[in-house]
Design a protein. Structure first.
Lengths: 541, 499
């Protein structure tokens, strides 16, 4: 989701801004609010065409019925030398480009800033941080056409990058220029880097990193621009170019196409609407409405489409129409989500809680009857906790933003943390938790075995009290258990037992060793029970 | 006054004869322990017979190490004594023959240097103290000898020594002591010193019941007196609310789904038509597990999913990129319970349709933890598989659920999710705060999701909203961290879920 800000005064040229219109903008799918002298809207990732103010105004005007369906744009034929030659050397590193020229533009400082903003927002959304799509916009007056798109060895690339004064080679740019450093990872692994070069053999830019300061910077004097989009996804590139050229056209610019001489010759941009058949029956069935064809036509026009003979004409700047259902959603938006009458159908099915959850609830009830307090902790534990408790083969998270980095292997660790954080609260502290614990297991689909555990902790508490609790719990669950002496790294030898159900080990009971208590800064004696509820579940019929 | 004497408890009566003495004497004479005497005084205060004054004192006592050092000298003294016989020795050697622990040795060096009794150069220790200084006791040594003592009684030099020892491990222990004194009120003076006989009935005991009432009167209790708090056993407040929410779904005819919290990316993302370069699939947004990869499901499902992504199925154009099975094998802590819904759909037999399922479970985000961010949340997830399901039904189920959760006004806005179309965002109106709370999303699964999973495009209504905001709101919790902080004081005091 992208947050976009438009100057309020620009929007007010088209719509009077009040609460009603803000609500309408929200119901159009772009939640809106006024912040000082700006209109702030949230744009979902499926609508990058709404990122430029011009695109938003175009779409919302249609929604308000102020324009009629699909906006048409004139594309002028390429003039002499309006060509971009794509060398095969780029195929390894950044294979595609699509380009256009816009004339009749007027820039001031504000407009240039707006342009940079649009570029940045598209880069970070549709462009996937410039990896998928990178945009370059250049002052045509400083460039000599035709243009070549080629890949060169980094040391053969030399130009003055934007906002600097010295010529650098590509390696230096990646090491020293702020944009170079930020996006170096997109090129670093390649032998050759891509560049746009003009007919004077001057470098325009090294996509997706940086333009040239000399011939790649739009200024207030610029009246005509050359636009290129480079990247890996031809479809995304075309859509991006279409978003840009229509934005410029809405600013008053004239669109000129260019000839892209790749393996196949191609002329871009292409604003021809895509066509998609739509079935009235499908629309009504999915939405639960009884729309007629003329309703559908009207609703589609509100969303910027044209409609004729069961065919929808889709604006060439829409990136999100993959299937009929995408159009049906737009019909629903045009109809108004607030106009749908919610309905619960007659559909008799039998509701049921899972067996596992039922057992968990019974167990909590029994323990609450013994005055135990239930706690609920994170499924992740801290690295130092895992170290302190000598966790064997910890399952670690990549790149966690907090100190919680490891999947808990038992409930003992979170319980000890809880008790150590509650030393100022009144004793006795009799607590329990039921929750998932994790261990590695080659046989599992995810290599991780998940198991439901129960822990009971009594402090101050001793073995007798713990055993009384265990006795009571298993008796009420009608289970017979046996205890066998065992050892546990955190419990006192001779006061530790393994719990057996049908000769199968399901957990342990015991008094915690003073060394462990000291390690966790605990001052009261502690008795514990931890059992595997999945095993208990199997024994309950 | 009669009323008061009638309500005197046995312990009060025991101390009244000695009320002209101080507390220490009362304890001795009455034969009661201190706590009991203080309790009796508190009762007398409630009856207006005495006034209580409390005073706090800070007491300095020896810690575990302090006791040992008092017997066997402070480590710095031991080191100094050693240096008297062996001057100019290397650090390691001094450490070794001093028999001090590494930590004690380090501390001693620091102390002696600070007192300018030794000098360290070229890794050797040299004595710089003169004879007199060697014999003189350190202020710390003097202090240890006079402990325990009230902090107030310490001289300046002793306070300085205390400051030094406080920073060292377990040499001194500082505790607060409350001393209580009392004063008789006018009414108290009338009664103090008297022996008060009583033949009132105290507790009701079995013998009494059996023998009948020989004495007629019961001692009066002070029913306003404070009683010690008790705490009951209790379900965690979050789980109380979850149980309530579950009940709503089962009442509506939904069956519960259960499953794993760790998932392959295939089930969490790919089968839900989330492109492999979608931002949610990056490490900074989701918890991926280091170093392990899981298995992909049956080949047919994998093939169909790949096709849905690359070229589309059922009339879709797909995302048009090259789908990588390796990426789908990465393990992730589920970012939504929708992975469960996908698994449920895949295992569904055609004779089981129509069907309705729900799950309420934890989902995970790679976030920082602060008052408004957390790493785990509860999500209420649901699906309805029905040939006749439509968008209005989706809104109907959601409206019903949130009404039962206590929200009368519900708003539906357009939303976006890669796996649903149409998609909707749900807001509920908060009548007190007069604001809309954004709860999360819902929609109808895209054919790119249902065709691989079900073999044909059957409409599946689906939703997954966060529950934590509603729970926080009910319990008036402002800080998200409180939800899972396990502060027992807070948990014991939390009101019950009463919706």
């Amino acid at each position: 989701m992208a947050i976009i800000k438009f100057p309020k005064k620009e929007i007010e040229k088209h719509f009077k801004i009040n609460q009603k219109i803000l609500d309408e903008i929200s119901m159009f799918g772009t939640p809106a609010q006024i912040l000082a002298d700006e209109l702030e809207i949230e744009i979902n990732p499926n609508r990058p065409d709404l990122i430029p103010m011009q695109g938003f105004i175009r779409a919302f005007k249609a929604f308000k019925g102020k324009s009629n369906g699909l906006t048409k744009y004139k594309i002028n034929k390429p003039e002499k030398n309006y060509k971009v030659k794509v060398e095969s050397s780029v195929k390894e590193v950044r294979p595609y480009t699509v380009c256009a020229i816009i004339k009749n533009l007027k820039f001031d400082n504000e407009k240039i800033k707006e342009l940079v903003n649009i570029q940045e927002k598209i880069h970070s959304t549709l462009g996937r941080n410039r990896k998928k799509v990178a945009i370059g916009i250049y002052p045509l007056e400083k460039i000599k056409l035709p243009i070549k798109y080629e890949a060169r060895k980094p040391l053969d690339i030399k130009f003055i990058p934007l906002d600097t004064t010295k010529e650098m080679n590509a390696i230096q740019i990646l090491k020293r220029h702020p944009a170079g450093k930020e996006y170096a990872y997109l090129l670093k692994t390649y032998q050759k880097f891509p560049v746009f070069v003009d007919a004077n053999k001057k470098i325009l830019s090294m996509p997706p990193i940086i333009n040239s300061q000399e011939i790649g910077k739009v200024t207030e004097k610029t009246k005509e621009v050359f636009i290129e989009c480079s990247g890996f996804d031809k479809n995304a590139l075309n859509k991006t170019l279409n978003i840009l050229v229509t934005t410029f056209a809405d600013m008053g610019g004239k669109i000129y196409s260019m000839i892209i001489e790749d393996k196949k010759k191609e002329i871009t941009p292409n604003l021809e609407p895509e066509k998609m058949k739509i079935s009235l029956e499908n629309v009504n069935k999915l939405l639960g409405l009884k729309l007629k064809e003329e309703n559908i036509e009207k609703l589609l026009k509100k969303m910027g489409y044209n409609y004729k003979n069961k065919t929808v004409f889709i604006p060439a700047w829409r990136t999100d129409i993959l299937h009929e259902v995408d159009i049906i959603e737009d019909i629903a938006i045009a109809y108004g989500y607030d106009k749908f009458a919610p309905e619960i159908p007659e559909l008799s099915t039998i509701g049921e809680e899972s067996k596992e959850d039922k057992l968990k609830e019974r167990i909590s009830e029994i323990l609450i009857g013994l005055k135990l307090l239930e706690i609920s902790s994170y499924h992740l534990i801290k690295s130092d906790e895992a170290k302190k408790m000598k966790v064997d083969k910890p399952i670690e998270i990549e790149n966690s933003k907090t100190e919680y980095k490891i999947l808990r292997p038992n409930l003992l660790i979170p319980t000890l943390r809880t008790l150590s954080e509650n030393k100022d609260n009144e004793y006795p502290q009799h607590i329990f938790e039921i929750g998932r614990v994790f261990s590695l297991d080659e046989k599992k689909e995810t290599r991780i075995k998940e198991q439901e555990n129960l822990i009971i902790a009594l402090t101050p508490g001793n073995f007798t009290e713990a055993k009384q609790t265990l006795d009571y719990l298993l008796k009420i669950l009608a289970l017979n258990y046996k205890l066998e002496e065992t050892t546990h790294p955190n419990l006192i030898d001779g006061r530790t037992g393994k719990i057996l159900l049908n000769n199968k080990e399901i957990g342990y009971i015991g008094e915690v060793h003073p060394n462990t208590l000291r390690n966790w800064n605990l001052k009261m004696p502690l008795a514990l029970i931890e059992i595997n509820l999945d095993e208990v579940m199997k024994e309950i019929h | 006054m009669d009323r008061i004497t009638e309500s005197l408890s046995p312990i009060e009566r025991r101390i009244i004869p000695y009320l002209n003495l101080d507390i220490g004497e009362i304890i001795k004479k009455s034969g009661l322990d201190k706590t009991t005497v203080l309790r009796a005084l508190q009762f007398l205060k409630n009856k207006g017979l005495v006034e209580l004054h409390s005073e706090k004192k800070i007491i300095i006592n020896l810690g575990v190490n302090g006791i040992y050092y008092k017997k066997s000298h402070l480590p710095e003294r031991k080191l100094l004594t050693l240096l008297e016989t062996k001057n100019h020795i290397p650090l390691e050697e001094a450490n070794k023959i001093s028999k001090l622990s590494d930590n004690e040795f380090k501390v001693s060096l620091g102390v002696l240097k600070k007192k300018a009794l030794i000098n360290l150069s070229n890794g050797k220790i040299s004595l710089t103290a003169n004879k007199e200084e060697l014999i003189k006791k350190f202020p710390e040594e003097k202090l240890i000898e006079i402990l325990p003592i009230e902090k107030e009684k310490l001289e300046e030099e002793e306070l300085f020594a205390l400051q030094n020892l406080k920073n060292r491990k377990d040499i001194v222990e500082i505790s607060e002591q409350k001393t209580i004194t009392f004063q008789l009120t006018e009414r108290g003076k009338q009664i103090a010193g008297k022996e008060i006989e009583s033949d009132l009935i105290e507790e009701v005991v079995p013998e009494l019941i059996k023998s009948g009432l020989k004495k007629k009167r019961f001692r009066r209790y002070d029913i306003q007196a404070h009683v010690p708090q008790v705490f009951g056993g209790k379900k965690h407040f979050v789980n109380q609310s979850i149980e309530y929410a579950k009940k709503i779904w089962t009442d509506l005819g939904f069956k519960e789904m259960t499953g794993n919290l760790t998932e392959t990316s295939f089930w969490n993302f790919d089968v839900l038509f989330t492109a492999q370069d979608h931002p949610a699939r990056e490490m900074q947004d989701s918890f991926f597990i280091k170093d392990i990869k899981g298995d992909l499901p049956e080949k047919k499902l994998v093939e169909q999913t790949k096709k849905a992504h690359e070229e589309g199925v059922g009339g879709s154009k797909g995302w048009q990129y090259s789908w990588s099975p390796e990426d789908a094998k990465r393990i992730v802590l589920r970012t939504h319970a929708t992975s469960l819904s996908a698994r449920t759909l895949y295992s569904l037999k055609s004779e089981e349709i129509p069907a309705k399922y729900f799950a309420i479970g934890k989902v995970f985000r790679n976030e920082t933890i602060d008052w408004s961010h957390g790493i785990e949340f509860y999500q209420t997830e649901g699906i309805v598989i029905d040939y006749d399901a439509n968008f209005r039904h989706l809104l109907g189920y959601l409206k019903e659920f949130y009404e039962k959760m206590g929200f009368e006004k519900i708003r539906f806005r357009p939303g976006y999710f890669p796996y649903t179309e149409p998609s909707v965002e749900i807001d509920v109106f908060h009548p007190e705060k007069q604001v809309w709370l954004e709860l999360g999303g819902a929609g109808i699964f895209r054919p790119e999701v249902t065709i691989p999973l079900l073999g044909k495009p059957i409409p599946v209504l689906a939703w997954g909203q966060g529950l934590d905001r509603i729970i926080m709101d009910f319990y008036k919790i402002k800080d998200l961290r409180e939800m899972y902080s396990n502060n027992l004081g807070i948990l014991r005091g939390k009101k019950a879920w009463t919706k």
